[in-house]
Ligand binder design. Structure first.
Ligand SMILES: Nc1ncnc2c1ncn2[C@@H]1O[C@H](COP(=O)(O)OP(=O)(O)O)[C@@H](O)[C@H]1O
Ligand SMILES: [Mg+2]
Length: 288
């Protein structure tokens, strides 16, 4: 089989392109206090890093390490215990219009068709105008669902539902898109296609200049494929184990996943992910 080198693909500017700091995680610790025993258990410990304008950041860590907790804190759904998360210089006090969250399970309204599920985000923000409605329909076309605009969730495949979910998150033109293992429940083939699609949609969507994404996964290949930058979280409680810039040209194609350069980044991430484990490969299997 011929493996094409990455250098053969067309060079394209990375998704990141600015020096302005957008998200600041300033010595953030987050934990939960048991209602029953009152005992405090840390989930994230002293997470300290900045994310620049325009960066597509992937956070990777093993199951239960505290990824969702951190993302929900950025979304304004979980309070931080110590430190501060700032967006555009402002400390987070709760959810905000400039952020959209995409969960693993699409949670669409079963009684609304595709179009109305997407329009719901606009209605919730009291921003349903002819202009935003047209934007919603453009987005539905962009995610490849033009032909099923009138269909209901039960008529859609898992991948299609996740496309609706994505359109619904993007229609409010968020400056910061937060994705929590959005493709985790999809079969391998659909997942691969959706990774590719996400980058395409991300680049083509009408979001203005400022666009940031924080994407969570426990899949190393997915992380390297998508990221401008990978933040590796340690085992629970999550601290920052590594901060890796993925210097692979774009567009990245699924075929590139077998190239030596790609595998090099994958090995690098793996080495930090399972730091201290006696048998990293075995642990990698365990965490799936
Ligand atoms: N609402 C909650 N109440 C108490 N403990 C929680 C809650 N949510 C998560 N945790 C705990 O915090 C830790 C990190 O969980 P989570 O952030 O979901 O990890 P990940 O997303 O990396 O799998 C786990 O030990 C989990 O049990
Ligand atoms: Mg999680």
């Amino acid at each position: 089989m011929e493996i094409r080198g990455l250098e053969e693909s067309l060079p394209e500017a990375p998704l990141s392109g600015s020096d302005t700091v957008y998200v600041e995680s300033d010595h953030v610790s987050i934990g939960y206090r048991s209602k029953r025993t009152g005992i405090y258990k840390p989930a994230c410990s002293d997470l300290n890093f900045n994310i620049k304008r325009g960066e597509f950041v992937v956070i990777i860590g093993s199951s239960g390490c505290g990824k969702t907790t951190f993302l929900e804190a950025v979304a304004g759904l979980v309070p931080v215990t110590r430190g501060e998360i700032r967006i555009g210089g402002h400390a987070i006090k709760g959810p905000g219009k400039e952020r959209s969250l995409v969960f693993q399970s699409p949670s669409l309204f079963p009684w609304r068709n595709v179009r109305d599920n997407v329009l719901f985000s606009l209605q919730a923000q009291r921003n349903l105008t002819p202009e935003t409605k047209a934007r919603a329909e453009d987005l539905i076309a962009l995610v490849g669902l033009k032909d099923v605009m009138e269909s209901y969730p039960h008529e859609l495949s898992g991948g299609m539902k996740q496309r609706v979910n994505l359109a619904r998150a993007l229609v409010t033109q968020p400056q910061l898109l937060l994705l929590d293992e959005p493709f985790g429940a999809l079969d391998a083939q659909t997942r691969e296609m959706m990774q590719h699609e996400l980058v395409r949609i991300w680049q083509a969507a009408d979001l203005g200049e400022a666009r940031n994404a924080i994407f969570i996964t426990h899949d190393v290949e997915e992380a390297v494929f998508l990221a401008d930058r990978i933040l590796v979280f340690s085992k629970s409680p999550a601290s920052l184990a590594a901060d890796i810039r993925v210097e692979l040209p774009r567009p990245r194609l699924p075929a590139h996943k077998r190239s030596p350069e790609f595998l090099k980044f994958q090995d690098l991430v793996l080495s930090y992910l399972y730091q201290g484990d006696s048998n990293p490969r075995e642990s990698a299997e365990d965490s799936r």
